[in-house]
Design a protein around this ligand. Structure first.
Ligand code: NAP
Ligand code: ZN
Ligand code: ZN
Length: 355
């Protein structure tokens, strides 16, 4: 069985360290990808540290994967060796249920197969993600990267990008709509860029006053420091849509108050602890909705990548060597990242060669 180098956690309390994992030989429908970069999502941290129930160890995170196809199975028709490709948060789904047939594999009724921490039907055990030199994936769950998308800055599109694109499209962010984006991190900064490119009026909500100038540079028409009650009150009942990317629990009511009649707040962040209760009286008073959304289907992920290639949209990144991943997690927790860490996988190959 072929092996690959990876970084993973052996338990919720141990730092990530180098390990060797198995990757299957490409089957008839599989492509093998030599990973060039992998983005660092807050979900990686939640998972590696066991903040959500059910982490399987060793845990090898990473679902913002980009690289080059290095082998293809006999029946692969969409990709050839040398193609520039990406893999996001899923590597399989049932392909038969209503959601899969509608191209919404992320909502597969049998559960989509996550790129990491999901049952591995090929090798047994669980799937290992993109903090690794290689991955083998069914061609139907592989995305194509246009030539003008740089590997490193495009990597975060595979999770952060699609996680914002899908709800922005579903709730029709566009001209004439006022859209709020809460939390200026990996997801939030893609939300600002995409909502702006879709033609909406965009307001960024941040707890970090120091990020205000950046938010405008990224495309926000206005920035609100959410801890400032007067700034918040100035936007009462004015939003069509608010997409909330915050990774920790907080008062959702503060944002419900900013929605106009028929407005929707979409939850994208998945804090490990519950949110405080929501004021239903306010919700019925203006027919408000609270919703949630996860990543996006394969077809819409390709649509988002092509939109980004056409509009020159990529992530703002800080490239790190694999060995700095634990430090990067600590900095992410402090909000000290502008605005996505991306691992240079050549550094992991070099570690392996030196070992
Ligand atoms: P991130 O880069 O760490 O950004 C999160 C942002 O939330 C921070 O930059 C900060 O923004 C804000 N924040 C953090 N703690 C806060 C607190 N206590 N109160 C208020 N604001 C706070 O994380 P990310 O990678 O964007 O991920 C965000 C969340 O989305 C995570 O929970 C992740 O698991 C989840 N996620 C969900 C999906 C999905 O499919 N739905 C996909 C990917 C990730 P400011 O400094 O601007 O306030
Ligand atoms: Zn993610
Ligand atoms: Zn399905």
């Amino acid at each position: 069985m072929p092996h690959a180098l990876a970084y993973g956690a052996q338990s919720a309390t141990t730092p990530l360290a180098r390990l060797t994992i198995e990757r299957r030989e490409p089957g008839p429908h599989d492509v093998r990808i030599d990973i060039v970069n992998c983005g660092v999502c807050h979900s990686d941290l939640h998972t590696a540290r066991g903040e959500w129930a059910g982490t399987k160890y060793p845990s090898v995170p990473g679902h913002e994967i980009v690289g080059l196809v290095s082998a293809v199975g006999a029946q692969v028709s969409k990709f050839k060796v040398g193609d520039r490709v990406g893999v996001g948060c899923m590597v399989d789904s049932c392909r038969e249920c209503e959601s899969c047939r509608e191209g919404l594999e992320q909502y597969c009724e049998k559960g989509n197969i996550g790129t990491y921490n999901a049952p591995d039907k090929h090798l047994g055990g669980h799937t290992f993600g993109g903090y690794s030199t290689q991955i083998v994936v069914d061609e139907n769950y592989v995305l194509r990267l246009a030539d003008n998308l740089p590997f490193d800055a495009a990597a975060p599109l595979l999770c952060a990008g699609i996680t914002l694109w899908s709800p922005l499209r579903h709730w029709q962010a566009g001209p004439g709509k006022k859209v709020g984006v809460v939390g200026l991190g990996g997801l939030g900064h893609m939300g600002v860029k995409l909502a702006r490119a879709l033609g909406a009026r965009v307001v960024m909500f941040t707890t970090s006053p120091g990020k205000a100038a950046d938010a405008e540079r990224l495309g926000a028409h206005e920035v609100v420091v959410s801890t400032d009650k007067a700034q918040m009150a100035a936007h009462r009942r004015s939003f069509d849509l608010i997409v909330n990317t915050v990774s920790a629990t907080h008062e959702l009511d503060d944002y419900m108050a900013l929605l106009k009649r028929d407005g929707t707040q979409v939850l994208l962040g998945v804090p490990p602890t519950p949110y405080p209760p929501i004021n239903v009286g306010r919700m019925i008073g203006t027919r408000l909705a609270i919703a949630a959304s996860t990543i996006g289907g394969i077809e819409e992920t390709q649509e988002m990548l092509d939109f980004c290639a056409e509009h020159g949209i990529v992530s703002d990144i800080e490239v790190i060597p694999m060995a700095k991943i634990n430090e990067a997690y600590e900095r992410m927790l402090k909000g000290d990242v502008k605005y996505r860490f991306v691992i240079d996988m050549a550094t992991l190959k070099a570690e392996g060669a030196a070992a």
